[in-house]
Design a protein around this ligand. Sequence first.
Ligand code: FE2
Length: 468
Amino acid sequence: MMAEWCGTNLKNCDGWKNVNLELSTTSNENAKWLDACIRQLVSWSDCESIGGFHKSLENLETSDPDAIMARCFIVGLTGLGTEAAGRDVDFVQKMDKLEKDAEKYGNNREKQHAKAAILWGRGYHHEAAIVWDRILDEHPNDLIAVKFSHDAHFFNGSCSGKLNAIEKVIEKWDKTEPCYSYLHGMYAFGLEESAKYEEAEKQADIALNLNRFDCWASHAKAHVLEMNGRHKEGRDFMYNTENDWRQGWMLATHNYWHTALFHIEFSEYEDALSIFDREVANRFNRTNSLLDMVDASSLLWRLELEGVNVGKERWRKIENLGKYIENHSIFFNDVHLGVALYRQENQETENSLRESLENYSNLPNEDNSQITKNIGLPLYDGMIDYAKGNYDEAVEKMYPIRENVVKIGGSHAQRDMFVQTLIHSAILSRKPENWKRTQNLLLERNSLKSNSILGERLATKFRILHPL
Ligand SMILES: [Fe+2]
C-alpha cells in the first residue's frame, strides 16, 4: 500500500528535538500532526490510516491552537496554495497574530519560519524564498523549509533557486528518514527546469526506484520526456504508471494534464479531450482549486491553438470562477482565469478581473503586483487579443516581454502555452515584420524543447501561409 509509512513513527516533541528541529509546543499530539501533515504534503497524498491530509490539518489546528510551528505551517501552506493573499481578511489576521506570537514564544527556527510564511502571505515572494533557504543552511533536514522553498521558487519562476536549495541539502540527509526519497524527486524537477535533462531523469529514476508512488518524481520525469521530445515514451510512461502517480491526488490533475500534452503532440485530440472530460474537469469540480483551474484552462486553450473545437460547454465546466477574481496571489493563475472567462463568454466577470488586475498592479509593495504591471498585463491583453483575432496587437504586446514571462512562475512546459500563442499570432499577423520574427520564435522554442512534432506543425503552417 502506498503511504502507509506516513502514519507510523510520527515525531512527538522529543522526536523533533532529537533531530535538531525543536518545537516550542509541549503538545505531543500537535507535534505528531505536524509531522503527519508535512509527510502527506510532500507525498501529495492521503495517508488513510490517519484519516488523510485534510483531517490531519484539522487535528493540527485543534490539538494546540497556539502552537507556533503549526501556525507557520498553516500560514505557509495557505499562501503557497495561492488560495489566499494579503487582501484576505481572515488570512491577514492569522498572519498578524502569528507575527506577534512567534516573536514572544517561538524559538529561533520558528521565528524564521513565521517570517518566511508571513513575507510570502504579504506578497514579498522573493524575500520569503530567501528566508526559507536560510533556514536550510542551519537545518538541512527541515522538510517543511525544503518543501516551502521548492514551491516558492516554482511560483517565483526561479529555476536556479529551486535547484540550488535542494542540491545543498540532499547530501546532508539521513537516508533512513521516512521522506528522504522525495528529495530526489524535487532534485529531479529542479534539474529539469534548469535544462539539465539527463541528470534530471537520473534523479527521477532514483526517486521512483525508492518509491514508485512518488508522483512528483513521475511528474519530473514527464517534464524531461516532454522537453526532450520523447513523446511516445512519455505517453507510455504516464499510462504504465498511472495507478502509481494518480494516488497523489493533490497532483493528479496536473499529471493528467501532462499525459494530455503527449497526446496533443501526436494530434491525438480525442484522447486529450477525453482526459479533460474524465479527469481534469471532474477533479476541478471536486477540489475547486486554482491549481486545478490552471490545468483545465491551459488544456482547452492548447487544444484550441491546434484548431480543435472544444466547445463552449467544456469551457463552462470550469465554473464558479467569479470568486477568484480579486485573489491575485500569483499572476500565473490570473491569466489562466482570464482566458477561461473570455472563452466562456462571461464578459462581465472577465472585465471585472481585468479591472481588478489593473488596480492591483498599482500596489507598489508586492512582488506579484509589479510582475502583474510589467509582464502580466501585456501578457493578459495579448492572450485576449489573440482570442479576439487581433493578431498584430497580440504580437505587439507579447513579443517584447517574452523573455521575462518566466518571472510569472510555473514551469517551462506550462508557459509554452504563451509561446505557442505568440507564434500563432506572428504567423497570422498582417505585418511582414512579424512573419520574420516567426523563424526566430520557432528556434527559441526548439532550443528549450527539442524534437517537438507540434513545433513542426507550426513551422509547416508558417511555410504554407508565407511561402518564400
Ligand atoms: Fe508540470
